[in-house]
Design a protein. Structure first.
Length: 436
């Protein structure tokens, strides 16, 4: 009963993670040396607390945002029916940003255990993901009770870097599985759905400058603001960034950027949408490049004025002339460039390789001359037996047919022998490769 008197004493000296391992605190982890000495007396409905807790040399890591705090120190005081966080301080993983927090938690059950915490941070590395890194300063407020919590505040991005991957992961085929002599499996036990403690977001992020987006030939600076909403398990970002400056390069040619936007849709777990347009002039043609799609997998497309087929557009980009005036090996380069528009150079070549029944089909480059120029050849290969690949490459010049044999010795060892007809000599190579 909440009115009956109670008495308890808690003493703990050790690692805080040894206690937290018994609780589900979501995609985050807290570690450190904890020392607590708390005593309780009075009715459970309105207990009287005395004592203190202290956390030293702690670390905190959030697996959703990549936030990592070190040198975490916390001082908690028990005062009657409240736990008061007198101070919490920490540094980020780079020892450049700082974070501080204070507040209190009421242990009165009739009021649903209300709490409030206020914090500030300066030059804090708030986000450290593979595709985004953000350094910001601002304020944060956390309020709530036993039913839910709300996070509000505002931050200013001091520096941000977003990266577009050079290659889009390949799409794997959906293989249909057919079971032979299937034994009827045992029915799966029903599991109850776990309702996580809801944390609602209402947080504004301002980026007056200093947000950089790079990759796939793009180098640009942006500004804007967006709102973070939703819940901790389904964060919703809504808003937009607009481009301040930058350039776009494809096949060694630089385009003039004419428009750019990065839009956060507000849908949970969805990447922002990138939309960039750039233009350049080749002879009497106006070539327009557009990079559009989700930030982690945008699609690059080209158009021209007057309109031309895609192959002709790429031909003007690479060689400054129409496809009717180029060589066969240059046409192969165009095929390679066309396939790279989908984020990788393997899709078109893979389909062609399978259709003609060979095991290798690719463009290879070799340095020629003293100025770092490269000569391109089309290489075709076929496995004659297990681990033995025979390849033939043909360049644009006369007597540039080369024959190579690769023997896979397993464990990452490969022997490669190559005849170079143009130089009337051969080459023997021993290669070792280790994937980890």
């Amino acid at each position: 009963s909440e009115t009956k008197p109670a008495k308890a004493h808690l003493a703990f000296h050790g690692r805080i993670e040894e206690i937290l391992d018994f609780f589900d605190i979501g995609p985050q982890r807290l570690e450190g040396n904890a020392a607590c000495d708390l005593s309780l007396r009075g009715p459970l409905g309105k207990p009287l607390l005395q004592g203190s807790c202290r956390l030293e040399n702690g670390t905190y890591e959030n697996y959703v945002t990549g936030l990592e705090l070190k040198h975490l120190q916390a001082d908690i005081l028990a005062d009657k029916s409240s736990l008061i966080l007198r101070s919490l301080t920490a540094k980020d993983s780079q020892n450049k940003g700082s974070f501080s927090l204070s507040g209190d938690l009421s242990l009165v059950h009739q009021n649903r255990f209300p709490f409030r915490f206020d914090g500030t941070f300066s030059r804090l590395n708030t986000t450290d993901l593979a595709w985004m890194k953000l350094e910001a300063g601002g304020a944060i407020q956390i309020t709530g009770d036993i039913d839910s919590a709300r996070l509000t505040g505002q931050a200013v991005v001091l520096e941000g870097d977003m990266s577009i991957p050079d290659r889009i992961p390949p799409t794997f085929p959906d293989l249909q599985v057919h079971y032979v002599n299937l034994i009827k499996p045992l029915p799966m036990a029903k599991t109850e759905k776990i309702n996580r403690y809801p944390i609602f977001f209402d947080y504004r992020i301002l980026a007056p400058e200093g947000v950089y987006i790079s990759g796939r030939g793009l180098e640009s600076e942006w500004k804007g603001d967006f709102q973070i909403g939703g819940t901790y398990s389904a964060i919703e970002a809504k808003g937009a960034l607009s481009m301040l400056s930058g350039g776009f390069t494809f096949a060694g040619r630089t385009f003039e950027l004419t428009e750019g936007s990065l839009t956060f849709t507000g849908r949970p777990k969805e990447m922002p949408i990138l939309n960039i347009a750039a233009r350049m002039q080749v002879q009497n043609l106006i070539l327009i490049a557009r990079l559009k799609g989700f930030l982690n997998a945008p699609q690059l497309s080209f158009h021209s004025t007057p309109p031309l087929p895609m192959g002709s557009i790429i031909s003007y980009l690479l060689f400054g002339q129409d496809m009717s005036d180029i060589s066969a090996i240059q046409a192969a380069q165009i095929v390679n460039s066309l396939s790279s528009l989908s984020g990788g150079s393997s899709d078109v070549f893979d389909s062609t390789r399978r259709s003609i029944g060979v095991d290798r089909l690719r463009i290879v480059a070799a340095p020629v001359g003293e100025e770092g120029a490269e000569a391109y050849s089309l290489q075709v290969g076929k496995y004659v037996t297990r681990g033995v690949l025979v390849s033939v490459s043909q360049g644009t010049e006369k007597d540039t047919t080369n024959l190579s044999v690769e023997i896979d010795l397993s464990n990452g060892l490969v022997i490669e022998a190559e005849s170079m007809q143009q130089e009337e000599q051969g080459k023997f190579t021993l290669k070792w490769n280790y994937n980890y």
